[in-house]
Design a protein around this ligand. Structure first.
Ligand code: MOS
Length: 738
């Protein structure tokens, strides 16, 4: 029986198969080399960051003499001896991931926790101890700093661009007229929390110089832009930099760009003339890696008596780290989810004296669906309609704000299938499902996330050993890139995945999309598919030249290639060097003017303790449309992780900045709560699986950030049904319900 099953599995095409991770054994056996595991040939020194205790202001006194004298200390890097860099934040053409990330420049301190010195010592313990001996005094600006952006609306401005390059504001239709003419209106102000990515692997870089050549082993999501960022910051040529990142232990956006530990490691390695490793501590990650800002979101909706939406207004306000242009777009889902004659959205930011604000998983939609889908539920209730029916009634025919046709639109299918699988039986009056002191509630929400395609390149070599070596600088941040790229190559080449060896995360390889924006699999995967098909053509030509001509597929074994009954020795076909072909994807080739989104529908059941207000998620079920599913196993894992993020957003995750001092108060995973196993019920994930050929050659759409969207508001809507309280602030605190 087992044998038959495995034969059936073998008969399946490699792409679409629930293949185990090809890097799984390396990971569980400890052979997978993460950046901090790397050991340079010569003596590795350890760097430890000394943080600014106050800000914004200037360093009045920085006494490192005791640190310099401490045992094991090799050097102390401060603004006094740091090598020259381009001015921090001076934007380069390609934007925030490539601009200067200079450190220790002058005596200015922008935010609490910013590095003011780096101790370099023989061991980490020595460096850490010496750091405690540094004396630093900050003269805080007389006018103080802005730490609570939401309290400074008078300083708000429209950002030049939003994450994803959308306009800050959009105005479709006559909002005032539509609202005035509507039968039902709901409106509320919501607050969503500051969040930290807090990936399992803290930010880490090991830098070493060989003459003018810099090599950095680091955890990073996009290798090519990191090369540019080092080049910009250090004012050297990209050709002088090599980045190696075969494994990255999570990123969630916080490793899209480089951060202070990376630049500090490179500078210290220069100054000390030896390799230097800087690992951010967990506490450091909370201030020296980017976070998601707290948002104030205002939503106002109008609808006719029969439950047709007439107007949606969604206005946003958040902080932006001064000198680092980034604005999240929570109104992004509002522009794309439901039809309405009038939809107005806006985003405003306030420059604040806070640590870097940047993308965090599903930037925009994660916190935008949290509020929009809560407001939609409230409107359904105002119209006396089932929230499922209300959503179905307001499905758009075209992209609501842009007016572009949809590449495909399967939100309705997700909602209908989800309702059926969950057993959605309409909503009931709040508090009417009761089990003793537990109030039971059910809720649903839609998920939406723009589908993106970015340029990527890859190459594949057929070696005389019979293996196909895929090379691209793509990263695997825990998402399964190794596995799906192996499957894509194998599928196109007509071989089993075991015959493909995928090598990633090295800037010496062709430039990929990197991992971000849920675009990695489709973008780099399309380049790998192209490389595989180019290699196949080249091999076919070579076969023909060697007399192996005819119809049918080439069949590759480890030492020969066969066509029908005849064969050739592989060594004769590819020679000692092997044969290589390149491939690429250019997004312009797929710009059809269609709007592309991944979709989902999430259904939750919660139990709320009527006495304590404790909320437990009992069920969470999602049905998702991410186009063609490349690997159901890795895809499911992505969706599960996203849904757990959604539980965190609804119920737990909350970063806190002291509004008086600017200090980040929650700086570890004890104070910053994320869901643990006890908080997560058995999640149910279903995927429609239909291909989306408009999106890219693979027909796959983005999946990584889809699962988080809609999960939080499904829980919030369930909490409302349980308690009658409509959550307005996230995470939902117990006292909101009492
Ligand atoms: Mo994602 S926030 O683009 O890594």
């Amino acid at each position: 029986m087992t044998e038959m099953m495995s034969m059936e599995v073998q008969a399946e095409r490699p792409l679409g198969r629930a293949l185990d991770r090809v890097d799984g054994i390396a990971k569980v056996s400890g052979r997978a080399m993460y950046a901090a595991d790397y050991r340079p040939a010569s003596d590795l020194a350890e760097g430890f960051i000394v943080e600014a205790p106050a800000a914004p202001g200037r360093i009045r006194r920085l006494d490192v003499s005791r640190a310099e004298d401490a045992e094991g200390v090799i050097a102390v890097l401060t603004s006094a001896n740091v090598p020259e860099q381009r001015t921090y934040g001076a934007p380069e053409d390609a934007g925030r991931f490539t601009q200067s990330h200079a450190v220790l420049q002058g005596d200015r301190v922008r935010h609490v926790g910013q590095p003011v010195a780096l101790i370099v010592a023989r061991t980490l313990e020595q460096a850490r101890h010496a750091a405690s001996l540094v004396e630093v005094e900050i003269e805080v600006d007389a006018e103080g700093g802005i730490f609570d952006a939401l309290a400074h609306e008078d300083l708000a401005f429209a950002p030049d661009s939003l994450d994803g390059a959308d306009d800050a504001d959009t105005q479709k239709g006559d909002l005032a007229r539509e609202l005035a003419g509507s039968d039902h209106r709901v409106g509320a102000t919501y607050h969503t929390a500051m969040q930290h990515a807090a990936a399992m692997e803290p930010h880490v870089s090991v830098a070493e110089w060989d003459g003018d050549q810099l090599t950095v082993h680091m955890g990073i999501q996009i290798v090519a832009s990191a090369v540019k960022a080092f080049a910009t910051t250090l004012q050297i040529e990209p050709e002088q930099i090599r980045i190696v990142s075969p494994f990255t232990g999570g990123g969630f956006g916080s490793k899209l760009g480089i951060h202070s530990e990376a630049v500090l490691a490179a500078l210290a390695a220069r100054v000390c003339d030896r390799p230097v490793r800087v690992v951010q501590t967990r506490r450091s990650v909370f201030v020296n890696a980017p976070h998601r800002e707290r948002h104030r979101q205002e939503l106002e909706l109008g609808a006719t008596a029969d439950g047709t939406l007439t107007a949606i207004r969604h206005d946003n306000l958040a902080g932006m780290a001064r000198d680092y242009a980034f604005a999240e777009a929570p109104a992004s889902p509002t522009r794309a989810s439901y039809a309405a004659p009038a939809i107005h959205t806006s985003h405003r930011v306030v420059a604040a004296d806070i640590p870097t604000v940047d993308s965090m998983r599903a930037p925009g939609e994660a916190i935008g669906t949290l509020t929009l889908e809560t407001a939609i539920d409230e409107m359904a209730q105002a119209c006396g309609m089932d929230p499922l029916e209300f959503r179905l009634r307001n499905m758009p025919d075209v992209d609501p704000v842009s007016g572009a046709p949809f590449g495909d639109h399967r939100l309705e299918s997700c909602l209908r299938e989800g309702a059926q699988r969950f057993g959605w039986d309409g909503c009931v009056a709040p508090g009417s499902r009761r089990e003793g002191r537990l109030l039971i509630g059910r809720g649903l929400a839609a998920a939406i996330r723009p589908n993106m395609l970015v340029g990527a390149e890859a190459e594949i070599t057929l070696s005389p050993d019979g293996r196909f070596h895929v090379r691209t600088d793509m990263t695997d941040i825990g998402t399964g890139s190794y596995t799906i790229l192996t499957q894509i190559a194998a599928d196109t080449l007509g071989v089993e995945p075991g015959q493909v060896v995928t090598e990633l995360g090295d800037s010496a390889f062709p430039k990929s999309s990197g991992s971000g924006g849920s675009f990695g699999a489709a973008s780099t995967g399309s380049a790998v598919q192209d490389a595989a098909s180019n290699l196949l053509s080249a091999l076919r030509d070579r076969c023909a030249a060697l007399g192996l001509d005819g119809n049918g597929a080439l069949a590759f074994t480890l030492d020969s290639v066969r066509l029908g009954e005849r064969s050739l020795a592989l060594a004769d076909l590819v020679g000692p060097e092997g044969m290589t072909a390149s491939g690429s994807i250019d997004p312009d080739d797929f710009d059809t003017g269609q709007a592309g989104y991944s979709y989902g529908a999430q259904f939750a059941e919660v139990a709320v303790d009527a006495v304590t207000g404790e909320i437990r998620v009992r069920r969470l079920l999602g049905v998702f449309d991410a186009g063609r599913i490349l690997n159901p196993k890795t895809a499911r894992s992505q969706l599960l992780g996203g849904m757990i993020f959604g539980i965190g957003a609804a119920l737990m995750e909350e970063g806190v900045i002291d509004p008086r001092s600017g200090a980040v108060m929650a700086r570890d995973l004890a104070d910053y709560h994320i869901p643990v196993n006890r908080d997560v019920p058995a999640l149910e994930v279903h995927m429609l699986g239909a291909s989306s050929p408009f999106a890219n050659p693979l027909g796959a759409k983005g999946i990584g950030e889809l699962g988080i969207c809609g999960a939080g508001p499904a829980i919030a809507n369930a909490v409302h049904e349980a308690t009658g309280v409509r959550p307005r602030a996230f995470p939902i605190h117990l006292d909101h319900l009492l």
